[in-house]
Design a binder for this molecule. Sequence first.
Ligand code: ADP
Ligand code: MG
Ligand code: ZN
Length: 588
Amino acid sequence: QPSGSSKAPKPSFSKQDLQHYEESDFSWSKEVQAKLCSVFQLSKFRPLQQAAINLSMSGKDLFLVMPTGRGKSLCYQLPALCSKGFTLVIAPLVSLMEDQLMYLKSINVSAVTLNASSTKEDSKQILAGMIDKNSPFKLLYVTPEKIAKSKLLMSKLEKAYNMGLLARIAVDEVHCCSQWGHDFRPDYKLLGILKRQFPNVPLVGLTATATSNVLKDCQKILCVQEPITLTAPFNRPNLYYEVRFKDNEDCTDQIAALIRGRYKNQSGIVYVFSQKDAEVVATDLQKRDILAQPYHANMEPSDKSLVHQRWSSKKIQVVVATVAFGMGIDKADVRFVIHHTISKSIENYYQESGRAGRDDGPADCIVFFGFMDIFRISTMVVMENTGQQKLQNMVAYCQNVDRCRRAMMAIHFDEVWNDEECNQMCDVCRHGNDYITMDITQHARDVVEIVEMAASMDEKLTPLKVCEAWMGKGPAKRRKMIKVTSLSRLEVESIIIHLLLHGYFSEDFSFTPYTTYFYLKLGRKASLLKNGGHSITMKMRRRVVSHATVKKVSESAGEKSSAKVEGKRPADSDNKKSVAKKDGQAVD
Ligand code: ADP
Ligand code: MG
Ligand code: ZN
């Protein structure tokens, strides 16, 4: 029996308690603040970070529930740097750990990992470092398996604990403890040993999952007596989310029209892909009489702060920025955040678009979805372990035509979600059912064949080349061998993206000393297309589908599709859901 079970429940952590921990007059506050700036290069805390850090520094056990991308890691990394000894971090995936280590290395924080692929030499050195009074590293990342399986590790932890060198335990993705969570991992279930063996070491559990049942379960499994739970709200009900297609490679005209029309006299941000884009797009907007200025990492600090200042005081209307524009921005009345290029992940998108509407007034978040941008970003994140997967999620968010954008984000962040909460504040909910379901099996065969044929001739094709070849714009010798499509450019792009997202194509990178190239190669599912019975359907926005295709769809498909093509909408949302579900099953 857990010892606390018969006691009356303790009053939960109150607002006043929280206020106390948001102060900055603790004995460690100066050091924490200094390292925030000097080591992490951040100017100030995000909501709840300061409280989380103070609680953890005070020795409290803590669960921190925050949407992904808000900065949970800082809440144990910064305390780690301000404490004697080292912090033990449990994380579920080696790839995530390596991304973290890469980041920590880049800011000169010494951190190490022990996992199944560590060499004997490394392990030996790390195990020795754990009981070294000079603490050669401040963070030790391990998988839960390692805790469960390595008696040697446990024995060193015990020794470190007795020497006062085990400063803190951080359990990342703490929801993995619970079978009620979406991502249960058996080895997490054994982590209770840590708190039982090292009761005086404060533990911080981090997750984006908010349900209280899961947290209660985690508390029991980890043997934490009375953790304090800090939860950051996820939904931003005042933000309107929208995705638009980039027709021709450029969308500056559309953006300019929005800024001069709908957002007249209102402040906003246009996010772009690169420093060069920031300069170019800012100039293009200026030419259209918009007070816009660029902002990127390669500018003089004084210029950067000047742009920021002018924007804050409404002397300029728009900042055209790379992701470097984010730190220390607390302008409350940002009415629009437009992405000239998609973000590299949903986490990033949530964060960047979230700079709109901090005053709780209505604000728009519009992303322009362009085909070529996908591959520019893909090669940019090629070194990150989780880079491609994250990008694919972002692309799927943009390609989506039938799910509430909020719901997609919520699901991505493991939030509990009910569809009414959007309140028509996204393009899908507002214009619901504005799509056509197409059978693209034959199209898929045709385009996969193009890539296959090129491969057989030892030739690699970029996505652009594939588009062009398929549309009959490639070199003449190739044109003779392929079935040229009559689909429009946007349809062609959408289908290629769909095939990439669903594993019929995959990415094939090639490195030169100067650039990384992105080629398309056959994916793991391409061979399924040889099977006559295999079919692929996809949903496409009605506006994207060209007139010729619409005719074909309605001729070839049964009643259901033609009803949709005629523009008849299902009478109620239930109906809509069941249609969507049926379609969903048809899709591979
Ligand atoms: P999470 O674990 O919550 O998903 P991370 O800890 O990986 O999020 O942080 C996401 C991003 O937010 C990182 O790039 C990090 O540098 C940034 N970040 C964290 N705290 C702050 C802050 N106070 N100000 C600005 N950026 C921050
Ligand atoms: Mg994290
Ligand atoms: Zn919605």
